[in-house]
Design a protein around this ligand. Structure first.
Ligand SMILES: NC(=O)c1ccc[n+]([C@@H]2O[C@H](COP(=O)([O-])OP(=O)(O)OC[C@H]3O[C@@H](n4cnc5c(N)ncnc54)[C@H](OP(=O)(O)O)[C@@H]3O)[C@@H](O)[C@H]2O)c1
Length: 336
């Protein structure tokens, strides 16, 4: 397995991480046994970074990870955990964010118990809580580091200004944020800021939640989170699937699959941007994981990168990456 240090302040991890969200939430029903088998396979193949959130299935995802790891594999991976999202009992109910210092201590106590560990490797607020200065939230996590409950601090979906304010309190290992051939907004200001401050990126949505995996079809809509995402709707979906076919033509010429070139493109951008970037793969099945791992064998040349970017030019995606109401929570989308 290729390794990658997460920026100047973070740990060394595998060049691909596994995100387990879809095993508990957001993407419709998942097969529990296959989810656990996928985590085991990831560890066997050398993946050392697992990403979760305490709100993925309201704790379900953390307990699933704890079961999959067991005492045997507990030390084999680094756990990245997001906190702060407030859920409710209704289907898909979200009620904002809470990142007050007392809430941070409460969230971490529950996560440690559910995960069955003494320490969380990377701990991060899932979104900026507009009611709490980021300095207070980062200060609370820094205190957890001093007490031995957390090892590194990460951020998620925040913009350049917030990144700078956070880093002024404590070194930040990585920013978790969406980045793909069809979501390149972070290249304007956020990636240059990460480069300047030595912060790594754990990229999610590398396959745009399956849309540019090469496996998504017009009739794949399953009534999950994605049915509310503009890119998966109506004429937008038609236009985006047409982009995938352009990508498929380039991928086929390279002897690779669509998902593999999409992942390899994100990895290759790390050298262009001068930022350590680790794609988080949302595989829920071993077969998908194997396909994703194949991307590590693709080291794209400059010509191949240009070929992919010609097939899918920047800003060519139809529709936003989140529904409007959720975009409003993204500090990363603010232009100040
Ligand atoms: N910080 C944040 O705000 C945030 C937001 C979202 C996600 N995340 C993190 O990022 C992780 C990745 O999630 P994502 O939605 O961004 O993942 P993704 O990799 O863009 O998409 C995952 C979806 O693509 C499908 N897929 C098809 N081929 C695949 C392949 N070869 N490998 C992997 N998946 C394939 C999956 O398959 P099937 O449905 O067929 O299983 C799944 O539905 C999450 O688990 C979570 O940890 C973070």
């Amino acid at each position: 397995m290729k390794l990658q240090r997460l920026g100047s302040h973070g740990p060394t991890v595998s060049a691909l991480g596994l995100g387990t969200m879809g095993m508990s939430d957001m993407y419709g029903p998942a097969d529990r046994a296959e989810s656990i088998a996928t985590i085991h396979e990831a560890i066997d193949q050398g993946i050392t970074l697992l990403d979760t959130g305490d709100f993925y299935g309201m704790g379900h995802n953390e307990m699933l990870i704890a079961e999959a790891l067991g005492p045997k594999n507990r030390g084999a991976v680094l756990l990245s955990v997001k906190f702060g999202a407030l859920r409710g009992p209704g289907p898909g109910e979200f009620n904002g964010y809470d990142s007050r210092p007392a809430a941070v201590r409460n969230f971490v106590a529950y996560s440690l118990k559910r995960l069955g560990v003494d320490c969380i490797d990377i701990y991060r607020p899932s979104r900026l809580d507009p009611g709490v200065p980021i300095e207070d939230t980062i200060g609370a996590i820094a205190e957890l580091i001093r007490q031995g409950y957390v090892r590194y601090i990460g951020l998620s979906e925040v913009g350049a200004r917030t990144i700078r304010r956070a880093q002024a309190v404590h070194p930040i290992a990585d920013l978790q944020i969406e980045y793909s051939l069809i979501s390149r907004g972070i290249e304007r200001e956020i990636l240059p800021t990460c480069r300047e401050l030595g912060i790594g990126v754990t990229a999610y949505g590398v396959l745009s939640r399956g849309l540019i995996s090469g496996h998504w079809r017009k009739d794949s809509q399953k009534g999950d989170f994605r049915s509310r995402a503009p890119r998966f709707q109506g004429a937008n979906l038609d236009a985006n699937l047409a982009l995938v076919e352009r990508l498929r033509a380039v991928a086929t010429a390279m002897g690779a699959s669509v998902a593999q070139v999409a992942i390899a493109w994100v990895r290759a951008r790390a050298a262009v941007e001068g930022v350590a970037i680790v794609p988080l793969i949302g595989a829920r099945r071993r077969e998908r994981l194997q396909e994703a791992l194949g991307a590590l064998d693709l080291e794209l040349s400059g010509d191949q990168l240009s070929g992919l970017e010609k097939a899918v030019p920047p800003d060519s995606a139809a529709g936003g990456r989140y529904p409007e109401a959720l975009l409003a929570h993204l500090d990363s989308e603010r232009s100040d």
